[in-house]
Structures are given as C-alpha cells and as structure tokens.
Design a protein around this ligand. Structure first.
Ligand code: ADP
Length: 544
C-alpha cells in the first residue's frame, strides 16, 4: 500500500531559502582574493543567488547544463553552488591542483558551458586557452575594479549580477536531478565524475547535521579548510544554512599561521580538514603557546589522523572527530564521535578509539568481503575489502560506461578500494588503500599503522611508508621521513623502538630515508604513487 503524503522533491535551493529565513544573523565570512574580509548573511547570499541564476540564464545556461567553478572557499563560490543547482544546472567544481592535462580532460568530458574562476586561476586558464572549447564562457569572480588584463574574453561576476532582480522563479525539479559534479583525482587513469543529485545532496547535509552536532548548530562558526573545489567541502556549504552554522571561508591562505589568525579573529568553533593542514596548525599552536580561543572541535579526515595529532589536540581540550569517506560518498561515511558510554573511559582508551575511523552515519551501510566477494564477520579481526551502500553513494560515473560497470558488486554495493576491519560495535578501522598495502612473505602490512606510530616521534615532521620490491619477501616496507630538524634526523632504530609492542618485528620498516618534503596529491594527501616512483629502483639494505 502506498503512503498518502505529499511528494515534495528534495531540493538544494530549499536549504538556502530556509537558512535565509530561519537564521537571520548567520552567514558567510570570506577572506577574499582581493585581500580583504567580506561578510554576508544567508539572506543576502540567497538574494544574490537569485541574481546569479538570472545572469547564468542570460549566458544561455538551462536545465542540465554544466557550469564549472575554479575557486577557493568564499561567498561567491557559495552563491554559485546554490544558483547553479537551484536553476537545474549542474555545478561542476574543478580542483585547481589537478595537472593541466587532467583539467582540460574534465572540462571537455563534462562539456562545461561556462567556467567561473577566482582571480588566482585566470593565468591557469590563459595557459590552457588553446585546448579549451572555443565557446566556453569565462566569468571572473570579482568586481570591475579588480578585473585583470587578459588576452581572454573575460566576463565580470559582479557586472553580471548588478542589473538582475533578486527574485528567481526556481524550477521544481525531480529530486534525482543532477545538482553537482566532482571528479575523483584519478591517481590512476582518467578522473571519473561523481554526479550528485538534489536528493543525495540534501540527505547528506541532513545526515551530517545529526551526526556531527558538536560542529554544526545555530550560532556555530565553522572554518572549512577542506576545499569547496573538492567534494563540496565535505557538505559544509549545505549543512551551514541548514543548521544556522556560519561559515568562515579562508580563501587562498591555508598555512598554519593564516588559519590560526582567522580562527582567532573570527571566533571559530570548529574546523574541518585533512591531516596535512593540522600539522601546520599544530606547529603554529606550539610556537604561540596557546590555542585559538574558541576552537572546540576539529574534524579530521581524507587520510588517517595520526594518533599523535589526536593526542595533541585532545590534551588541549579540542575534541577530535576522525572521519572517513570518499568522493563517491558525498563524501562522509563514518565519523568517530564517541558514544556516551565511552566518554567516561580513561583518556588513553578514548584516544585509542578515536584513531579508528568511527561508526557509520545514518544512510550509510558497510560490509567487508574477501577476494571472492564473501562477506566477512565484523569481529574486529577479519580484514577485507570495504563496500558501502547508501542514499548519498554513487551508482556509477558520469558518462563513463566502463567505470560504471565496474563500480558496484553483484549485490549493488560500491567497492571503496579500501581494506578495513569493523569491530562488533561498528567501529571502522581502515588498514590501507588496497594499492598501498604492503605484501611481505604472503602477509599484509598496513602502511597507515606504521606511519601512525612513527608520527609520534618528536623528530618526525611527516612520514610515509611505501613498499619496495624484494626478491625473497615480495615487498618490504621502508619509511620516508621529513625530519623536524634536518641537522638532527631520527634514526631507524628509534622508529623501531616506537613500533615495538604494537607491531610484529617482521612488519618494521627495513630502512629509513630522509626527504625535505613529501609529494602531495591534488587533495592534500601524501601521494604514495609519486613517492613509489621516486623510489623506483631503490635497493633495500639486505637485498642488494
Ligand atoms: P581522492 O583523494 O582521490 O580525491 P577521495 O578524496 O575520495 O579520493 O579519498 C577517499 C579515500 O581517502 C578513501 O578511500 C580512503 O582511502 C582515504 N581516506 C579518507 N578518510 C580517511 C581516514 N580517516 N583514514 C584513512 N583513510 C582515509
């Protein structure tokens, strides 16, 4: 029997229309590329999104067209999110850290009609001009006074908005209409497009709102370090107006000192980002000897949060919420706020738990399977490939039949490419990406576990463990370390001493190599692929 309720489709613009009415005092604070700080309320953002939708319509954008963005976190990017999706077009966020070749590939693959860029990236577009589609319109997200001189035919964002009315007749769309498009960073092969719908986007925002209540609530001030140019800044631009959380947008400056200053000036209560960013903030906090005053929670995800990082912040009274997810999951899958019964545990045990990736959000199901696809028990011991399904998980990839065919297993679950175990009470423990696991003598070694332990050494600023081919053992781990002080680097036996008792001796890295910096991916994670290439031909101490 069918229910007898109105079928009102979920819609992205409804989030901002609601936020504009319900939370008159909240909004967006942005560090602008122009150099100053800009403030607008959600009501102002809603009105300007209406103007922007009219302007985009004037440029020929209609339902289903792709409009690209190439921009930092800021209010104009936020307005684009809502105007583009609201008018029924698709907001295609482009990661400016992609290679030129990949950027051209995705602009062409997405068939973008218009691209809206921050001032910073105008030179990038100039350098790509010959390879971009001739009819691609370029809008620079600034005002007339800041428009750059360029050989390109550039449109000015503020000029486009100025003459337009603020009221827009937002269309009623089926809720599975595409709203956003984000390409995976494609470390192997071409990037693949995750095509989010209005339904998945709204539901993901609602799931976030109930799952991470210490970050998002009326009056909270959240600094998304995690970029709007990749996986929708983990959903914060939607969770903000939905819950009355103000968003403090950092613009281009993401170093420890800039993030610290912005947190302090804007009374930031929570901030979300990848571990690399928090390493920078840790350094700044140590230097200044104090926390930014209002900081209450950090959400850390994108790669494993090292235990030493969790300890550092927790000891200073900042709640650390470790989270796991991926582009194909909108992106959050699990989060590690501790359930009530664990909050009275001794600190060490709480931190033990927080090094895990946490429990599933509502709307996400997890399973682990062996190589034959047989389900493994969630007993905290069995390790297998992690599969997910849920309301905000992709069912395939945009215009990519081959990748879509391979995305789901026979039961319709999405294969994450991560290797994990799950405890009986539902805590996910990511062991590695399957391609980063190290196979030694027929057994597996988790590079994440080794890195976590080594990060606790005071002489280690950052590190990564990779596999090196070995004639007898197949592969052996080595640890590549960025030392805190190049004049006094850590020794391999000191690192081994930290691992003693936590890992079996045969799992310890065979060698330690020092580098000035680790290669990073476009999403701010250590690029193991590039690192393995850098160590191609490396000869292990006992394998020569
Ligand atoms: P890309 O970096 O290619 O854009 P994603 O941003 O989708 O890809 O990254 C998803 C992957 O990042 C996951 O499959 C997982 O391997 C890794 N990851 C994300 N969060 C965590 C975490 N908290 N701990 C360990 N690995 C993580």
């Amino acid at each position: 029997m069918q229910g007898m309720m109105m079928n009102m489709p979920l819609s992205v613009i409804e989030i901002l229309r609601f936020g504009a009415q319900a939370f008159a005092d909240e909004g967006i604070v942005s560090v602008r590329c122009e150099g100053d700080i800009h403030r607008e309320t959600y009501a102002e953002a809603y009105a300007r999104s209406g103007q922007l939708a009219h302007a985009l319509k004037g440029l020929g954008i209609g339902i289903g067209d792709r409009v690209a963005t190439l921009a930092w976190n800021g209010y104009r990017h936020f307005e684009l999110y809502y105007a583009i999706s609201g008018m029924g077009a698709v907001c295609h966020t482009i990661n400016p850290r992609l290679s030129a070749e990949q950027m051209v590939y995705i602009i062409r693959h997405a068939e973008d009609r218009v691209i809206c860029t921050d001032l910073t990236f105008v030179p990038v577009l100039e350098s790509l001009a010959a390879e971009l589609p001739q009819d691609l319109k370029i809008v620079v997200m600034t005002d007339r006074a800041h428009m750059p001189d360029s050989a390109l035919d550039l449109l000015c964002y503020e000029d486009l908005l100025a003459p337009q009315p603020t009221e827009y007749d937002w269309p009623t769309l089926p809720e599975d209409t595409a709203a956003g498009l984000c390409y995976t960073s494609g470390t192997t092969g071409n990037p693949k497009g995750a095509l989010y719908s209005h339904r998945s986007t709204v539901l993901h925002a609602l799931f976030l709102a109930v799952s991470v209540p210490r970050s998002v609530y009326e009056g909270a001030r959240v600094l998304p370090v995690v970029p709007m140019f990749h996986v929708n800044s983990w959903g914060l631009p939607y969770a903000g107006p939905l819950t009355g959380t103000s968003l403090i947008m950092p613009g281009p400056s993401l170093d420890g000192a800039s993030v610290y200053d912005l947190m302090e000036q804007e009374k930031v209560t929570a901030s979300w980002g990848v571990p690399t960013v928090w390493l920078g903030l840790q350094g700044e906090i140590t230097k200044r000897g104090a926390l930014p005053k209002s900081l209450d929670q950090l959400v850390i995800g994108g790669s494993a949060a090292p235990r030493s990082m969790i300890e550092f912040f927790e000891e200073k009274g900042v709640d650390v919420c470790h989270a796991w997810g991926m582009t194909e999951m909108s992106p959050i899958g699990t989060q590690c706020q501790l359930p009530k019964h664990m909050q009275s545990l001794p600190r060490k045990e709480q931190i033990d738990a927080k090094t895990l990736q946490g429990r599933r959000m509502f709307g996400v199901d997890l399973k682990i399977c062996d190589e034959d696809g047989t389900r493994l028990p969630q007993d905290g011991t069995a390790v297998g490939e992690l599969f997910v399904r849920g309301n905000a998980v992709v069912s395939g990839y945009f215009n990519n039949e081959e990748a879509s065919q391979a995305a789901l297993d026979a039961e319709g679950w999405f294969g994450t490419g991560d290797v994990a175990c799950i405890t009986p009470d539902g805590f996910l423990s990511i062991q590695d990406r399957s391609k980063d696991l190290i196979k030694s003598g027929g057994e597996w070694i988790s590079s994440i576990d080794l890195e976590n332990l080594a990060m606790a050494h005071p002489k280690v600023a950052n590190c990564a463990v990779i596999a090196i081919p070995h004639p007898k053992w197949d592969e052996r781990p080595i640890i590549v370390v960025v030392p805190q002080d190049a004049g006094d680097p850590p020794q391999l036996d000191e690192i081994h001493a930290l691992m003693d008792g936590h890992m079996a001796k045969w799992q310890f890295p065979d060698a330690l190599e020092l580098v000035d910096a680790l290669p990073m991916t476009a999403t701010g994670k250590v690029s193991k692929l590039t690192l393995r290439r850098q160590f191609d031909g490396y000869v292990l101490p006992d394998a020569g």
